[in-house]
Design a protein around this ligand. Structure first.
Ligand code: PRP
Length: 208
């Protein structure tokens, strides 16, 4: 990755967080992998002659993917890919570390997306229940194309079979937080992706 593509925030490469979590992927590793993925997307979408009036629609799945979407959009900008942004909100975890298995759609896209090139932008795919639901939901809107880009792919968690078009980083089985991802709505602001220690989320709330 060239220096020009690297966001310039002067953050130290090693950051210390609360003892309840351990860094798994640093922000710098995320940026390097995302820049590479943006290059691949740019190459693959050349066939569609994307322009301002025929852009790639990034569908940011709130809340978890707000930081990843912001970074991906800017790396795509570096590659000359015109994008527009839409936001969709789906939730299936609540404040638990395990999926409820039931996806609640809390916010739909604002503009019509029929005949548009859509890219669902997710922070993580674990059971894949959310992404499967969103793919079906958006396919029904008859887009010109529909693909998926996911920062963290956790294949060990799959409950439904689903292939991600652009998996950025594959991670092992662990409950992760940071870089947009939460535990009971906390920790989204961490720069890195961290593993939340089991002792922490298995403690009764009164002892946290
Ligand atoms: C998380 C994440 C994905 C989904 C992935 O969302 O952002 O959308 O879970 O898990 P799955 O593959 O097992 O379905 P969550 O329900 O926690 O909502 P949030 O993004 O608002 O935190």
């Amino acid at each position: 990755m060239s220096d020009a593509a690297t966001p310039t925030a002067a953050a130290p490469p090693v950051r210390n967080y609360a003892m309840s979590c351990k860094t798994l992927v640093t922000q710098e590793q995320i940026w390097a992998a995302t820049a590479k993925c943006a290059k691949q997307i740019a190459a693959d979408y050349r066939q569609y002659n994307l322009t301002e009036s025929n852009p790639l629609y990034l569908l940011c799945v709130l809340k978890g993917s707000f930081i990843f979407t912001a970074d991906l959009a800017r790396f795509l900008c570096d590659e000359g890919v015109p994008v527009k942004l839409e936001f969709i909100c789906a939730s299936s975890y609540g404040s638990d570390v395990k999926t409820s298995g039931e996806v609640r759609l809390l916010l739909d896209v604002r503009d019509p997306v029929e005949d548009r090139h859509l890219m669902i932008v997710e922070d993580i795919v674990d059971s894949a229940i959310t992404l499967q639901y969103l793919k079906r939901f958006l396919q029904a809107k008859k887009p010109a194309s529909l693909k998926t880009v996911v920062l963290l792919d956790k294949p060990s968690g799959r409950k439904v079979s689903l292939e991600v078009d652009y998996p950025v980083i594959t991670i092992p089985h662990a409950f992760v937080i940071g870089y947009g991802m939460d535990f009971a709505e906390s920790y989204r602001e961490l720069r890195d992706v961290c593993v939340l220690k089991k002792e922490y989320y298995e403690k009764p709330a009164s002892k946290l």
